[in-house]
Design a binder for this molecule. Structure first.
Ligand SMILES: C[S@@+](CC[C@H](N)C(=O)[O-])C[C@H]1O[C@@H](n2cnc3c(N)ncnc32)[C@H](O)[C@@H]1O
Length: 273
């Protein structure tokens, strides 16, 4: 998909970086903080996207080898550009732990904002465990529930009020981890030791226009039957109503300068193999 108007010719990876990175990068800082990566260690960036975490690891730990795994070839293309092409420290792998024959025995696995997007997070956690060296570490950032991940919840809640048949925010799998215990128990059942889940309380500061672009252009909308609602096909009036309702939900987070500071909370899961 390419952008339109000012963003015509933009690649999907550039689009992800423009719209999503201002939200994602708060998590990168939290995820990497305090995580020990051994010298010359093997790191797996699970769901690497455009390489936000892979590149941050390389900056902090230049002797580590990073494997960047993702099923989206468009995002991986942007990762390659940002890494400057073939780099000795980086292996880019297209696919998932299920679809590739990746043989890594990682010292650390980072997984940033991926688990909620997978159809079976418990299965994904077990696959990650199987690709970790004994004593290796998992650090995962996971979205919290609709009561804390208020930016996404506002958009989906507004959609359910404005678009007939649209799913309520609480029904989106992206926001399924409402309580830290549910994530901790899932990790334990997948064979991880000493799983610990801490709140990652972040927020996104943005203008109304930036907020609307980010939410409306990166989040899917579903019906209760699981069908995708084509937002491109919404009438102008309905799209305007959705925009107004979304910003109204977030009105209390508007600061005196007219910008929004919206809670975008998640969890940080740490566990040992
Ligand atoms: C919200 S993006 C996060 C990307 C990156 N970690 C970041 O912080 O920018 C989620 C990523 O997870 C990837 N993904 C989805 N299912 C996956 C799976 N089963 N295994 C690995 N990656 C997956 C998507 O392709 C997407 O790039």
């Amino acid at each position: 998909m390419t952008g339109s108007g000012r963003w015509a010719g933009e690649t999907p990876g550039q689009r992800y970086d423009r719209l999503a990175l201002p939200f994602v990068r708060h998590y990168t800082r939290l995820l990497l903080h305090g995580t020990v990566v051994p010298d010359a260690g093997q790191v797996l960036d699970h769901g690497a996207g455009t390489g936000e975490v892979s590149l941050a690891i390389h900056r902090r730990h230049p002797t580590a080898s990073v494997t960047a795994l993702d099923p989206d070839p468009d995002l991986l293309a942007q990762l390659r550009v940002k890494a400057g092409g073939d780099a000795a420290w980086l292996a880019v792998v297209h696919g998932t732990l299920d679809t590739t024959s990746i043989t890594i025995s990682a010292d650390v696995i980072f997984s940033q904002l991926v688990l909620s997007l997978t159809t079976n997070p418990g299965h994904e956690l077990a696959a990650m465990r199987a690709h970790t060296a004994p004593g290796g570490t998992l650090r995962a950032a996971v979205l919290a529930g609709p009561d804390r991940m208020l930016a996404f919840a506002a958009y989906w809640q507004a959609a359910s009020a404005v678009i007939p048949g649209a799913l309520a925010a609480s029904a989106y799998p992206h926001l399924r981890f409402t309580r830290p215990d549910s994530l901790r128990q899932l990790a334990e059942a997948a064979g991880w030791q000493q799983p610990r889940v801490e709140p990652a309380d972040t927020h996104r500061t943005a203008t109304a226009a930036q907020l609307w672009q980010w939410l409306s252009q990166t989040l899917p909308l579903y019906t209760a039957d699981g069908d995708v609602i084509a937002t491109d096909a919404l009438s102008r009036a309905r799209s305007d109503a959705l925009r107004r309702a979304t910003l109204e939900h977030l009105g209390q987070y508007r600061n005196s300068g007219g910008n929004y500071e919206v809670p975008t909370a998640g969890w940080l899961l740490t566990a040992v193999a």
